[in-house]
Ligand binder design. Structure first.
Ligand SMILES: Nc1ncnc2c1ncn2[C@@H]1O[C@H](COP(=O)(O)OP(=O)(O)O)[C@@H](O)[C@H]1O
Ligand SMILES: [Mg+2]
Length: 240
């Protein structure tokens, strides 16, 4: 009953994959994505035709030199920026707009990006607010998630009253708040010491596997990268 490990580069038309009697939904599919930045007279060609497919419950790590275009790719996969050419599809659909993003996608960043004025609970609930609903059910879910990431006693701490690792745990809970199908994590351990970073990766990989969430993990840490179901490298504007 193991998942196909090389579920990599699927034809654009294939939305689901047959694996024995199980079907794994194709959650994310980028096809031949190109991206060039223009600054003044200069053209900086960052992505030269990147393709990647990630199925339900699958984790993929991306490594690559600083400046190779990993964050650029994640922005495109998140629908926060548009490719020059090529397509990004979420569950077979080209709609990667804000309305859909709030429920489809969770993101975790190197710098946590918590709102400093809100406590841990308020930060997790902000995801529900963006998706349009904060009621008793959402409040209970946010509390449950904070407990799940080990912060039951820290609900009312402000980010400034939390350690780096605790802040990133809040960010992980926030990413999970709306039961996303996909999590994009951009160097989530980049600002953490080794042991704390390891525990964040345990948490991310564990929760994504448990909830069958597709995960794309950008990391410089080889040990973290190889824990993902599949590892790829960004090199010369391509994923290899
Ligand atoms: N908004 C932007 N405008 C112009 N150049 C950019 C912009 N964002 C990133 N770049 C450039 O694109 C390249 C790739 O950046 P980035 O995707 O952040 O790399 P990585 O995340 O792999 O370190 C870098 O050379 C960077 O300077
Ligand atoms: Mg980056």
């Amino acid at each position: 009953m193991s998942k196909p490990s090389s579920a990599g580069f699927q034809p654009a038309s294939e939305v689901e994959q047959q694996a024995g009697s199980l079907r794994y939904r194709l959650i994310l599919e980028a096809s031949d994505v190109h991206k060039t930045y223009l600054s003044g007279e200069r053209r900086l060609e960052v992505l030269h035709g990147v393709s990647i497919s990630v199925h339900e419950g699958e984790s993929v790590s991306i490594r690559g030199e600083s400046g190779s275009g990993k964050s650029t790719l994640l922005h495109l996969l998140a629908g926060l920026d548009a490719p020059d050419t090529g397509t990004v599809k979420w569950e077979g659909s080209l709609d990667t707009g804000a309305g859909r993003r709030a429920r489809f996608l969770g993101m975790v960043f190197q710098s946590f990006y918590l709102i400093p004025e809100l406590d841990a609970l308020g930060n997790v609930l902000m995801a529900a607010r963006v998706a349009g609903k904060v009621g008793a059910t959402e409040k209970q879910r946010a509390k449950d998630l904070l407990a799940r990431v080990g912060l039951a006693e820290r609900e009312h701490h402000l980010p400034s009253q939390l350690s780096g690792g605790e802040r990133q745990r809040v960010a992980v809970a926030r990413a999970l708040m709306n039961s996303p199908r996909l999590i994009l994590a951009d160097e989530p351990t980049g600002n953490l010491d080794e042991k704390t970073g390891d525990s964040i990766i345990d948490l991310l990989l564990g929760l994504c596997a448990e909830q069958q969430i597709a995960l794309v993990l950008v990391t410089h840490n080889a040990a973290h990268a190889t824990r993902a179901g599949r590892s790829v490298f960004m090199r010369d504007g391509l994923l290899q």
